[in-house]
Design a protein around this ligand. Structure first.
Ligand code: G1P
Ligand code: ZN
Length: 543
């Protein structure tokens, strides 16, 4: 076996401050492109020599080809041991678990999350550290620097590894271990949840549909929900991971998971519906007659988590990303829990979880998780919900209604304008940023601005400061609008507008969020000139 050193040039395209690289699949397929980025990761993290690294992805097109390249490059760079999911598959939370369980140096995770896959879709790659979480900014900065300074990559000439065959083999001196990606994850879930109580609920006739969207969660959901908990065979649909996600867009929002939303609303719909995304870290849950927003889900889980055995001692604290609604803050206040507000992106929860400051955290973008791994975890959230339903013996709707009656309801919605011309989107945000100091006291329709700023985060654990994380405008009645540009889109710019208002009166809790938020939506457009500047008359996606 010989190691080749291939001369290369710096690569374009990584955005500084993001925890990986996400591009069109065809960009990754250009000769040397993937190799170049993998070498930048290896150098950015201080080398792989003598280390154990976990590798796996969500099974999208190019996943297996990329893994063969990564194996050969990790071997050329001296890695001691590679732990790889069978057929190259790991859901992102399962990879996080294996990194932690094996005490690995880190992992390379291949996914573009909820973005479509296939040759004309998207691909992505990121490095997670030894805590199992996305590399923090000081590491991603080093990887970014390496993409700029790189001049050669190393790769061994060796036959491809059979990714389908469990067991160990060697590439050069590097041990290659192919593992079942599901077993360790099931074992972890079993330590957290009362499988017997959930199984008894299914036995008593409880019905569920879980839509795996032909993505990474399918095998995990089948094994746990049908295999262990006794949900009726066929309860898990679209369970087989496909390279193009069956032509779908593996994002469990009302547009791309429409089939599930429609089924839940139909007269023969089940008691509980859920879905997750491409790599299995996101979730949505729907009850009969009750769609739960991710922000509310976080609040409801925080209020009820102690009912599951893994959280029976209560929570150390909670955290949410800044644009996530303040629903969880109300739970934290009532229960006397610390509540942290972080920038968008799971990596910002890492320090809080590692330091034991929080147990539960979440984002409005359908991500919820806890200190059991260092990624958000779609199936985990579904199981925690099932555990709560099994213990409380009430419907999801009843639980949500009584939660709102107790804490009040935060009406919440996110409006996305996708593939906006980059200059127009940046112009909109820059103009608004310049206006921020002048806004307090300004009347916008019926609302009056209380305060306005560009969110900056001071990490309470390592003292690092992260600036420019989103423009927040708070109104006197407690309404809030947040504007930020997505860091994960691959075409033009995606403008996200997050809107919320608080309603204490239970008589109004049944309102549709778009109706309840009408004044805030109008104020957002007036302030940011969204329609005029983007040329759009309506958002592309409303969640
Ligand atoms: C989006 C979500 C964010 C999430 C990220 C990765 O990022 O908004 O909450 O952490 O995907 O799943 P964005 O495109 O908004 O930068
Ligand atoms: Zn994801």
């Amino acid at each position: 076996m010989s190691v080749k050193t291939v001369a290369t040039k710096p690569i374009e395209g990584q955005k500084p401050g993001t925890s990986g690289l996400r591009k069109k699949t065809k960009v990754f397929m250009q000769p040397g492109y993937l190799e170049n980025y993998v070498q930048a990761i290896i150098e950015g993290v201080g080398g792989f020599a003598g280390k154990t690294v976990v590798i796996g992805g969500d099974g999208r097109f190019f996943n297996d080809t990329a893994i063969q390249v990564i194996i050969k490059m990790a071997a050329a760079n001296g890695a001691a041991h590679l732990v790889i999911g069978q057929n190259g598959l790991f859901s992102t939370p399962a990879a996080s678990n294996v990194i932690r369980k094996r005490g690995a140096f880190g992992g390379i995770i291949l996914s573009a999350s909820h973005n479509p896959g296939g040759e004309d879709g998207d691909f992505g790659i990121k490095f997670n550290g030894s805590n199992g979480g996305p590399a923090p900014e000081n590491v991603t900065d080093l990887i970014f620097a390496a993409t700029k300074s790189i001049s050669a990559y190393k790769i061994v000439e060796a036959p491809d590894v059979d990714l389908g065959k469990l067991g160990t083999s060697k590439v050069g001196e590097t041990v290659i271990e192919i593992v079942d990606p599901v077993v360790d994850y099931v074992a972890l879930m079993e330590t957290l949840f009362d499988f017997d109580k959930i199984a008894a609920m299914f036995k008593a006739g409880f019905t569920l549909r879980f839509d795996a969207m032909h993505a990474a969660t399918g095998p995990y959901a089948k094994a746990i929900l049908e295999g262990r908990l006794g949900a009726k065979p066929g309860s898990v649909v679209n369970a087989v991971p496909l390279p193009d996600f069956g032509g779908g867009h593996p994002d469990p929002n009302p547009i791309y998971a429409k089939e599930l939303y429609d089924y839940m609303a139909s007269p023969n719909g089940p008691d509980f519906g859920a879905a997750s995304d491409g790599d299995g870290d996101r979730n949505i849950v729907i009850g009969r007659g009750a769609v739960v927003t991710p922000s509310d889900s976080l609040a409801l889980l925080a209020a009820n988590a102690h009912l599951a055995k893994g959280y029976s001692k209560g929570l150390a604290g909670v955290a949410r990303s800044m644009p996530t609604s303040g629903a969880v803050d109300r739970v934290a206040a009532k229960k006397g829990l610390a509540c942290y507000e972080t920038p968008t992106g799971w990596k910002f929860f890492g320090n809080l979880l590692d330091d034991g400051k929080v147990t539960l955290c979440g984002e409005e973008s359908a991500g919820t998780g806890s200190d059991h791994v260092r990624e958000k975890d779609g199936l985990w959230a579904v199981l925690l919900w099932l555990n709560i339903l099994a213990v409380r013996g009430e419907s999801l709707k009843a639980i949500q209604d009584s939660h709102w009656a107790e804490y009040g309801r935060m009406f919440y919605t996110r409006h996305d304008y996708e593939a906006v011309e980059t200059a127009a989107a940046e112009g909109l945000v820059n103009r608004l940023r310049d206006m921020l100091p002048t806004l307090p006291g300004t009347k916008v329709g019926d609302l009056v601005v209380e305060s306005a700023d560009d969110f900056a985060y001071n990490d309470p654990v390592d003292g690092s400061v992260t600036k420019k994380q989103g423009l927040r405008i708070l109104f006197k009645g407690g309404e809030r609008v947040v504007f930020r540009l997505s860091g994960t889109g691959t075409e033009g710019a995606t403008l996200r507008v997050y809107l919320e208002s608080f309603e204490a009166d239970p008589a109004k809790h049944g309102l549709d969020a778009q109706v309840a938020l009408a004044k805030v939506i109008t104020a957002a457009d007036t302030l940011a000139e969204i329609k005029a500047r983007t040329g759009r008359t309506a958002p592309d996606v409303i969640t």
